[in-house]
Design a protein around this ligand. Structure first.
Ligand SMILES: [Cu+2]
Length: 239
């Protein structure tokens, strides 16, 4: 299930009907990604170049680079299994993930999906957008989208994460992470995440943030077990 709302967790992990595992006898990794340090100040996004964008925001939107709650819970972090799954192959879910352009922003700001899953890109604005992912390991594409239109694409290779930009509105920036397996999540506004339906085993879990970099942890989970995993990210020099 995918939530297209930017304030809620994008729960894209876990097996699907087509994945090679079942939920019986599996384990869950559950935790929070916290930001430690002084968070860079969010600044208002300047949309003056396109009044049809700016007039949708009576209160200016703030930049989404580093978004935390009062306890340091860090939103928009991709948490995923980076090692431990061996050579298992997983079919992509039949349902697409949805990226919406709304108020001249991407919703969600960070999205995660499986390789060869369909990515549905929706323009919910009254202005045109031009969606342009800039991958390093996938085919690049670039599409003009008139108001109200929809388009579909895929990415065939794993890549964490592909920057997405709009050629018309320079402030628009999002990220799409692509995985060969279904064990990934994007943190909620309190930094929480949940990687469920994992076959019992020892895994390396990684947290990836667009500005703060990565953090890793090795953890063993058994059948019908839920293990807590807390990850920390700090400012990098220059952040
Ligand atoms: Cu745009």
């Amino acid at each position: 299930m995918i939530c297209i709302c930017s304030l809620k967790a994008v729960k894209a992990g876990g097996p699907t009907a087509s994945a090679n595992s079942t939920t019986t006898g599996t384990g869950t990794l559950r935790g929070v990604v916290r930001f430690v340090g002084v968070a860079p100040k969010s600044s208002p996004v300047n949309m003056a170049a396109d009044p049809s964008c700016s007039k949708q925001h009576p209160v200016p939107v703030l930049s989404q680079d580093v978004v935390t709650d009062a306890k340091g819970g860090l939103q928009n972090v991709i948490v995923f299994v980076v090692d431990g799954l061996g050579n298992q192959a997983f079919d992509p879910p039949s349902q697409p993930v949805v990226l919406t352009q709304k108020g001249c922003m991407y919703q969600p700001h960070v999205l995660a999906m499986q390789a060869n899953q369909r990515l549905e890109v929706v323009n919910d604005d009254r202005t045109s957008h031009n969606i342009h992912p800039v991958p390093a390991n996938n085919r690049e594409w670039n599409k003009s989208q008139p108001p109200g239109s929809k388009t579909e694409e895929t990415f065939s290779r794993a890549e964490i994460a592909i920057p997405v930009k709009c050629n018309i509105h320079p402030w628009m920036r999002g990220y799409v992470a692509v995985f060969k397996h279904p064990y990934f999540a994007v943190t909620d506004k309190d930094g929480s995440f949940d990687l469920s339906s994992l076959p019992p085993g020892t895994y390396t879990v990684e947290a990836w943030h667009e500005k703060l970099g990565t953090s890793m942890q090795k953890i063993t989970v058994g059948a019908n077990e839920t293990k807590a995993v807390d990850l920390v990210l700090k400012p990098r020099s220059g952040t």
